[in-house]
Design a protein around this ligand. Sequence first.
Ligand code: RIB
Length: 296
Amino acid sequence: MGGILVIGSYNRDTVLRLARFPAPGETLTALGMAEFHGGKGSNQAVAAARAGGRVALITAIGDDASGQAARALWAVEGIEAQAVQTARAPTGAATILLDAAGENQIIIIPGANAELALLPGFTPSADIAVALAQLETPQAVTAALFRALPGTRRILNVAPAAPILPELLATTDILVLNETEAAILAQREAEPAALALALAAETMREVIVTAGAAGAFWARPDGIVIDAAPPRVMVADTTGAGDAFLGAFAAFSAEGFAPEKILRLAVTAGALACTQQGAVPSLPHRAAIMALAGRI
Ligand code: RIB
């Protein structure tokens, strides 16, 4: 089984639990506050490792307590972090508003993530099967690393939604977005399968659109779509559900599973991640994914 290289962010997440989101100009009192590890890159690396992948992470952290806590997390999760960079800026941070229905609103402060650089002399290991990145770190760095990895499956999670640099799109094999991000990129509202098809035709790349309880839709530029529905779960917090999907998708892709099975396992991982509060605490382990997917 080949390894997985994740290129992306680490953030320290502060979660504010609310009865509902505030209106513009309104002041609300939070029901509670908690801190967690976060950042889409680190979350997806942890998710891939817990799903059974052999994972290396390229990210940037500050020379501070949050950065030290991040290194401790990666050691516990068995993630290779030798290529992690220490930047001059503080470790990235995110403030997450969580309402009573488990929906969230996220504001990120990029910090060190914005300083991730292509270090001279760094060569990705030869046995990488899957490379996975998001848009919380500089796109040009991801593009250069993807370019150095021909023959691997290069997956770009278009989150947060933003225009994709042409050189990054040119080196990407699969784009993964949630339905909100897909609507922003496609500049129109539509059903998730239609958005996946439209974006696949426009980009000439495979495109997966995730749609929460409605499942995920994987479209190819030739018009073929496969889909998978997740198991029903009690939703406590949707934060990290997309990261669980991406990490599991990368891990099961690296194992060479068939597309239908990869998608079913990935939506199951995403559903499991909704059942607990916080991104990292909710990322499921392989046994839980397999057990629940076997029942659907
Ligand atoms: O996908 C969830 C993540 O988005 C959070 O952990 C937050 O840090 C932001 O990166």
